[in-house]
Design a protein around this ligand. Structure first.
Ligand SMILES: N[C@@H](CCC(=O)N[C@@H](CS)C(=O)NCC(=O)O)C(=O)O
Length: 202
């Protein structure tokens, strides 16, 4: 399997953390590719019409996107479902995945806005992205006690990757002071081999 990937992309990292947790990482070749919301890469558009990372190319030539679909696919290769539990727990895991993914969407938009020349930046958007981030972080902190009591699933993966991305791109936001329970959970999860093997870098 080939994963079109970037060392800076939190969604690509989510797939690789999931792969490590499932013991599948060695079956995946990471193919670096560069893209930007303002400058789509034609090679990536040919794999995913949305022009976004990550994309997984399968041995039969098919392509899977986005990270949610790729993670579900990997879970089917691991024997019994592990990251996406069956039964009533599934909807809870999917909702938590949406919470973490949605936060990442907001953080990526926030970063893109901050990268614009100051005269083109929208102050209301910058304020809104911070408000949404704070509101979603509070929701993640409310959930983390329950998540910590479960076997590792997609919620652990996406929450850890989202917090790592906050550290990577928004270190000055100081989320740990406002969310000490979440910080304690993350300090432990970040030591897992799936996290240490997939650290983001520019
Ligand atoms: N929902 C998608 C989000 C993927 C995404 O936003 N990827 C970013 C990189 S972190 C990207 O490729 N951005 C380029 C663009 O939006 O054109 C997923 O879960 O994979």
């Amino acid at each position: 399997m080939k994963l079109y990937w970037s060392s800076r992309s939190p969604f690509a990292r989510k797939v690789m953390v999931a792969a490590h947790e499932l013991g599948l990482a060695e079956r995946i070749e990471c193919v670096p590719i560069v893209t930007a919301a303002s400058d789509p890469n034609p090679d990536l558009l040919a794999q995913n019409p949305l022009g976004r990372l990550p994309v997984m190319r399968l041995a039969d030539g098919g392509a899977l996107y986005d990270s949610t679909v790729i993670c579900e696919y990997l879970d089917t290769l691991a024997g019994a479902p592990r990251l996406f539990p069956a039964g009533p727990a599934r909807l809870t895991a999917l909702r938590r995945q949406s919470l973490g993914d949605g936060m990442l969407d907001t953080l990526v938009l926030w970063r893109n806005e901050r990268l614009r020349r100051p005269e083109f930046q929208s102050a209301p958007h910058l304020v809104a992205y911070r408000r949404k981030t704070h509101s979603a972080l509070a929701a993640v902190e409310d959930e983390i006690g329950a998540v910590a009591g479960e076997p590792v699933n997609i919620a652990h993966v996406v929450f850890a990757v989202m917090l790592a991305y906050l550290d990577f791109r928004f270190a000055e936001e100081g989320w740990r002071e406002r969310h000490p329970v979440l910080a304690a959970w993350y300090a432990e999860f970040a030591r897992r081999p799936s996290m240490t093997a997939t650290q983001a870098r520019d």
